[in-house]
Design a protein around this ligand. Structure first.
Ligand SMILES: [Zn+2]
Length: 133
């Protein structure tokens, strides 16, 4: 899978998810946004701009080299794009956490991020089943 093929697939899913107003850039890197988890490289990671409709998706070189199936590739892309759609909800939820004490804030953020990842994974899977081709 080349970067061009990945970028085309990102553009396809941006259309399906009505993310056309967003400017989304992509790249393939060794360690996406330094997002290693337990020493393992994640497949991809996205960073969204605070205010503008801009995001940067970094795909892991290891993941690209492993040649994921079409479904896995699309679920990864849709997962990262859904983070863009959830950005404002995330920001509002996490801004409330600033008002909590340190212990409650940490608990809330950990729980929130866990639940968000589960929901986004489920939505990504469902969307790919419906719209993938
Ligand atoms: Zn995620």
């Amino acid at each position: 899978m080349t970067h061009t093929q990945l970028a085309k697939r990102v553009a396809y899913w941006c259309g399906k998810l009505h993310l056309d107003p967003w400017k989304i850039t992509t790249s393939i890197v060794e360690d996406p946004h330094h997002a290693r988890e337990n020493g393992r490289t994640v497949a991809a990671s996205v960073r969204t701009a605070a205010d503008y409709l801009k995001a940067e998706i970094e795909f892991a070189q290891d993941w690209v080299d492993a040649n994921p199936s079409d479904d896995e590739r699309d679920q990864t892309i849709v997962h990262e794009l859904l983070h863009c759609l959830f950005r404002d909800l995330d920001n509002s939820a996490l801004s409330v956490s600033d008002a909590l004490g340190a212990v409650a804030e940490s608990f809330f953020e950990e729980r929130y991020r866990h639940e968000l990842e589960q929901l986004i994974d489920r939505l990504a899977w469902t969307i790919v089943q419906i719209h993938g081709n």
